[in-house]
Design a protein around this ligand. Structure first.
Ligand SMILES: Nc1nc2c(ncn2[C@@H]2O[C@H](COP(=O)(O)OP(=O)(O)OP(=O)(O)O)[C@@H](O)[C@H]2O)c(=O)[nH]1
Length: 293
């Protein structure tokens, strides 16, 4: 079927009905046209926007940069394939994320304008951030997951290999955790895992990494920490967990830990194997104990 070109006078109607926000700003950055989708998205009436500077809908911290970008775009200095993600502010103060694409337009009087097409990507962005977080974190405790933890450990080992920096690790296993689930239920078990993770995270330094290896087993990575200090740090965690009431009144929790100091040339696998062996010894000696290789 042959294509029929729409008559020119349909163009305003198309812009009016477009499901994406479209606005035209003049050389000074003031709105000259906003379509209904644009107004709906930001929560302003058309008359509230016309004549206003476009930075009305931009967070304060971004205003200077975007004003300069607008100027450069109008003057043909900037990349004319302008496609950017921004955070914006709606009239009610809500923050949203948009994908903005722009084109340069010269009107009948020879004045240059910027046409911006706006798509709301707030939900996709939030979903993407959530997926990225879940790829490297444990959903229950929010700690690094095993995969991310292993990659962090390998990174620290590479650093140690290159710069000769110290590195210690500890594998921590909660004692008789099965009993907690059996006596108090799985939901309380989950709560205890979360509280334990949060407590340990609080107690450790920001430069240390805390990883949930799985179940009730955790890995602590202590970069720049020598043998005695590593044992001290883990002993502090052991005491803290022993003394802090968790989950439900009367619920007692302890941990056992195997601490190992990395030796030059040692792989992460061998290092963890040593830590695991000494953890096993701590369990065999009656639990609630941190031992070092
Ligand atoms: N609530 C809860 N329980 C979990 C989770 N992951 C693992 N567990 C439980 O943790 C328990 C671990 O049991 P075991 O490996 O026998 O170890 P334990 O009872 O802690 O005994 P020891 O390690 O020998 O001191 C099991 O009952 C698992 O079901 C979790 O995400 N939530």
């Amino acid at each position: 079927m042959p294509l029929t070109l729409l008559p020119q006078d349909n163009l305003p109607r198309i812009i009016h009905a477009a499901p994406i926000g479209i606005c035209i700003t003049n050389a000074e950055g003031r709105f000259e046209m906003v379509n209904p989708a644009y107004c709906d998205f930001y929560g302003y009436a058309e008359q509230e926007l016309l004549g206003q500077h476009f930075t009305l809908v931009v967070p304060e911290a971004e205003r200077a940069r975007l004003t300069e970008q607008h100027r450069a775009f109008i003057h043909g200095e900037a990349d004319q394939e302008c496609r950017e993600e921004h955070e914006v502010r709606c009239k009610n103060g809500e923050r949203r994320t948009i994908l903005a694409e722009a084109s340069r337009l010269v009107d009948a009087q020879g004045e240059v304008k910027k046409v911006t097409y706006v798509v709301d990507i707030t939900r996709q962005n939030a979903l993407q951030r959530r997926l990225a977080f879940l790829a490297s974190h444990d959903e229950l405790t929010g700690l690094l997951n095993r995969r991310a933890g292993m990659s962090r450990l390998d990174e620290e080992i590479r650093r140690g290999q290159r710069y000769g920096t110290l590195l210690s690790v500890a594998i921590i296993d909660l004692d008789h955790f099965k009993r907690i689930n059996d006596r108090h239920g799985h939901a309380v078990g989950d709560e205890v895992l979360c509280e334990t993770a949060a407590l340990m995270r609080q107690e450790l330094r920001a430069s240390d990494a805390l990883v949930r290896l799985g179940g009730e087993e955790f890995l602590v990575i202590l970069p720049g920490v020598d043998r005695p200090r590593a044992l001290e740090a883990i002993e502090r965690l052991r005491r803290l967990i022993e003394l802090t009431p968790m989950g439900q009144p009367g619920l007692a929790l302890t941990l056992s830990a195997g601490v190992a100091n990395w030796q030059a040339g040692e792989s992460s696998h061998l290092l963890l194997e040593r830590a695991d062996k000494v953890l096993y010894r701590a369990k065999a000696r009656g639990r609630n104990l941190a031992l070092m290789t």
